[in-house]
Ligand binder design. Structure first.
Ligand code: GLU
Length: 311
């Protein structure tokens, strides 16, 4: 039996807020309640979005909340060589292809007669047009490669999410050929996360349901790279009064050290864990200790989004 190993993988684009605390707490509790390890990985590969000081601020807040991690924090920005090696391996699968299309060209594209996407031309989640497979069979004369994509022809993937139930996705009609190396030269999140989860020996991914739609792409990459399959549990995402995911862009306030215990109590209630009234006023470690002993993944609401209990 493989021992449990979970992780929290924030993008350091701002301080920890209620939404990211929910993801940290849910993954910590699932790991610790099962005697597992819990790792932290800074997903700072997308350095143009990185905010200076955010990674240290996130780690300081995790510490103030008593959410201790095992081992060293892994920083994606230091791992380009490892992603490059995985990218090389993808090149041997027959599924990787160079793409010359700009965003504009994809948005303006009309579907070719032999379109890979006869039914859905738009990604329901992002509203963006699904890549119509233009460069799948080679670049048109005179065109130069910009990004690199994975051909997802005839790929339907399903999995049993421990919270959200059975999820199935037709990668071809729901997502389209997706980017693993971007036009700016950076490796895409989808590739980095798969490589890192495998290298860190992660067994269980507990994270926000905003990433549910990414999971089949990640499973597809795991299979192409011959990496182990993982278990997944997607927690409801905390949204504000406008229904927007809490984030720096929607001005979600930072969890302050002074409010750590209060925030943990609110995050537990959000996760359906009904902390007893006696925990109000307790310190962060007491709250966590109760929560670890009483964690029930079955009590987590089986929905993709819920109003935040603290903003
Ligand atoms: N870095 C991603 C985020 O902050 C999470 C990635 C993951 O948990 O797989 O949204």
């Amino acid at each position: 039996m493989t021992a449990y190993r979970g992780r929290f993988a924030p993008s350091p684009t701002g301080p920890l807020h209620f939404g990211s605390l929910v993801a940290a707490l849910g993954s910590w509790l699932d790991a610790r309640s099962r005697g597992g390890e819990w790792l932290v990985r800074m997903e700072d590969i997308d350095w143009p979005r990185r905010v200076s000081g955010a990674a240290d601020a996130i780690l300081a807040t995790l510490e103030a909340c008593g959410l201790e991690w095992d081992g060293e924090v892994l920083y994606q920005s230091r791992r380009t060589d490892v992603y490059a090696a995985a990218f090389e391996r993808l090149g041997t699968t027959g599924r990787l292809f160079a793409c010359a299309c700009t965003r504009r060209e994809i948005a303006d594209s009309t579907l070719p007669d032999s379109s890979a996407h006869p039914v859905h031309a738009f990604d329901a989640a992002s509203g963006e047009k699904i890549y119509p497979g233009t460069c799948r069979n080679g670049l048109a004369p005179g065109r130069l490669p910009r990004s690199w994509r994975i051909n997802v022809a005839n790929t339907v993937l399903g999995f049993n999410d421990l919270i959200q139930g059975h999820i199935e996705q037709n990668l071809e009609s729901d997502i389209g050929d997706f980017v693993v190396k971007r036009a700016d030269g950076l490796f895409a999140y989808q590739l980095a996360v798969v490589v890192d989860d495998a290298e860190q020996g992660i067994t269980d991914v507990v994270r926000g349901a905003d990433l549910l739609d990414s999971t089949p792409r990640q499973m597809h990459l795991q299979r192409l790279l011959g990496l182990p399959a993982l278990r997944y549990a997607h927690l409801p995402v905390a949204v504000n009064a406008q229904g927007e995911k809490l984030s720096k862009q929607t001005y979600a306030p930072a969890i302050t050290v002074r409010k750590a215990a209060e925030a943990l109590n609110a995050a537990l209630a959000f996760l359906g864990q009904a902390p007893p009234a006696g925990l109000v006023g307790a310190d962060a470690r007491e709250v966590l200790d109760w929560a670890r002993r009483h964690w029930s993944i079955g009590a987590v609401p089986r929905v993709r989004a819920l109003p935040a209990l603290m903003v």
